[in-house]
Design a binder for this molecule. Structure first.
Ligand SMILES: Nc1ncnc2c1ncn2[C@@H]1O[C@H](COP(=O)(O)OP(=O)(O)OP(=O)(O)O)[C@@H](O)[C@H]1O
Ligand SMILES: [Mg+2]
Ligand SMILES: [Zn+2]
Length: 251
């Protein structure tokens, strides 16, 4: 038996990838749905969305009843998708732990890949810095530029948990290289963070000695101000979804 018979042939285009549209007596040839689906599928694979966020969609992000405080954030996400690519402004999703920042970010890039054909890439900030650092190790085959190229070039990048690595000179240099390169190339960046969008050294903690760290403390003031040029700010306000709602539904 030839392998050809095992491959399912698309009935719409008979495998050509093109289909004919007939409106009145006008005929037009256009990309077949099967090609668009396959393309979105390949993009999804390349986007590196972690398994535990695979279920995240804008359509299953709850924003009613007990979650109504999340409605403005979801609305901002939907508007962003609708308008993309209006300009290259990204989003800075800020909020406490477990409020759905990563869920929204993943939901957005899935829509952009499926609906707009935009290439997207997901990276956890800690993972990315670890991969870059790892590339300096001479026994590792991948070079720093090989790690960074898709991060620089992807049309849309999600940088999840910005600031989650203890800041050092190297961390600051690396994050500014990434953000500045994307900014200069007019790329769209979606960022999530738990840190308050405040200047370095400004927020007093509950105890006099303890001071809560801000985004300014974690990435530096220059990069925080760059972020304001690159992104619109969206605040997520609510309770920890993992603790409160998930565990309740497992009972
Ligand atoms: N509004 C929501 N509707 C449906 N599921 C949600 C919602 N918010 C959060 N979740 C789910 O709760 C879990 C935690 O959400 P998520 O990881 O997006 O939070 P986060 O704000 O990124 O938290 P962290 O600050 O720890 O990174 C995920 O499984 C997510 O799918
Ligand atoms: Mg998150
Ligand atoms: Zn087809």
């Amino acid at each position: 038996m030839s392998t050809k018979t095992l491959v399912e042939i698309c009935p719409l285009c008979e495998g050509t990838g093109w289909k004919t549209l007939q409106t009145g007596n006008q005929r037009r040839v256009t990309r077949c749905d099967c090609m668009l689906r396959a393309r979105a599928g390949r993009m999804l694979e390349r986007a590196r969305i972690p398994k535990r966020y695979e279920h995240c969609e804008l359509s299953n992000f709850e924003f009613e009843g007990p979650h109504r405080r999340l409605a403005p954030a979801r609305m901002a996400a939907c508007k962003f998708v609708e308008e993309y690519p209006l300009d290259n402004t990204g989003l800075l999703l800020i909020g406490p732990i477990g409020t759905g920042k990563t869920h929204l970010a993943v939901g957005i890039i899935k829509e952009l890949m499926g609906g707009k054909g935009a290439s997207c890439l997901f990276y956890d900030y800690r993972e990315l810095l670890k991969e870059i650092q790892n590339s300096y190790n001479s026994s590792v085959q991948v070079t720093e530029l090989e790690v960074l190229r898709p991060v620089f070039e992807s049309e849309v990048l999600v940088l999840d948990e910005l600031g989650a690595v203890k800041p050092t000179e190297w961390v600051w240099d690396t994050v500014s290289l990434i953000l500045n390169t994307r900014y200069n190339n007019n790329r769209t960046t979606i960022i999530t963070t738990n840190f308050d969008d405040k200047p370095a050294g400004t927020v007093a903690g509950p105890r006099a000695a303890a001071r809560e760290e801000t985004l300014g403390d974690r990435i530096g003031e220059r990069m925080r101000s760059r972020l304001h040029e690159m992104c619109r700010i969206v605040r997520l306000d609510g309770e920890d979804f993992r603790q409160k709602f998930r565990s309740a539904s497992f009972r």
